[in-house]
Design a protein around this ligand. Structure first.
Ligand SMILES: Cc1cc2nc3c(=O)[nH]c(=O)nc-3n(C[C@H](O)[C@H](O)[C@H](O)COP(=O)(O)O)c2cc1C
Length: 182
């Protein structure tokens, strides 16, 4: 009997975008909706390229496709909110992942101190002021300073994205001590 192959897929240079997306889909992430814009010009887009960057100063980043509607709105307002979605918010993730679909006004929301839309039923939110933008190929990397944050309810399960699919995290990882530093 031969051992199952541990190398079912291998692509040397040049790397194809479709395969890169499939392989990156094996890196499990949470799902956010990035919102921005004052009342009357608010927009939201589903994004999983969120990363926390620095605690002092408090910085986070996300990557946005250069064609995204949200790009001009973030540039104009100089602010954005990262809304972490909860398991039951899968329909919201889908609604904000298509062009010209969901409107912020159709979703329960309130305003941050800076006047940006916060999705009221999200798992948590980080309201940020735009610090810098970096070129990232067909995406722009937005770096923001966190100026306000909140967790409306304790112990909601997150929405996760893995292998191209959305779903609630059914079981929290166990058997390890929580890592709060680093
Ligand atoms: C789970 C998930 C994660 C996504 N992550 C990103 C992302 O990190 N950056 C991005 O530009 N688009 C991302 N998208 C695609 C955008 O949501 C979608 O292309 C966009 O909403 C359509 O263009 P718009 O921004 O003009 O609305 C993601 C979509 C899904 C379903």
């Amino acid at each position: 009997m031969t051992a199952p192959s541990t190398e079912a897929l291998h692509q040397p240079e040049p790397v194809e975008g479709r395969l890169l997306r499939n392989v990156c889909g094996l890196f499990v992430t949470g799902v956010t909706v990035i919102t921005s814009g004052a009342e009357g010009s608010s927009e939201g887009t589903t994004v999983n390229s969120f990363t926390s960057v620095s605690l002092d100063p408090p910085l986070v980043l996300f990557c946005l496709h250069k064609e995204s509607r949200l790009r001009a709105v973030v540039d104009e307002s100089g602010s954005f909110v990262v809304n972490f979605l909860s398991g039951p918010q899968e329909p919201l993730a889908r609604a904000f992942a298509g062009r010209g679909t969901a409107a912020i006004t159709d979703v329960k929301h309130h305003r941050s101190a800076d006047g940006m839309p916060v999705l009221s039923d999200a798992l948590a939110f980080l309201a940020c002021r735009l610090v810098s933008e970096f070129d990232g190929g067909d995406h722009t990397i937005f770096l923001g300073q966190v100026v306000e944050l909140g967790v409306p309810r304790e112990h909601q399960e997150p929405l996760i994205f893995f292998r191209g699919s959305l779903g609630a995290l059914e079981e929290e990882p166990r058997g390890v001590h929580p890592i709060f530093d680093g």
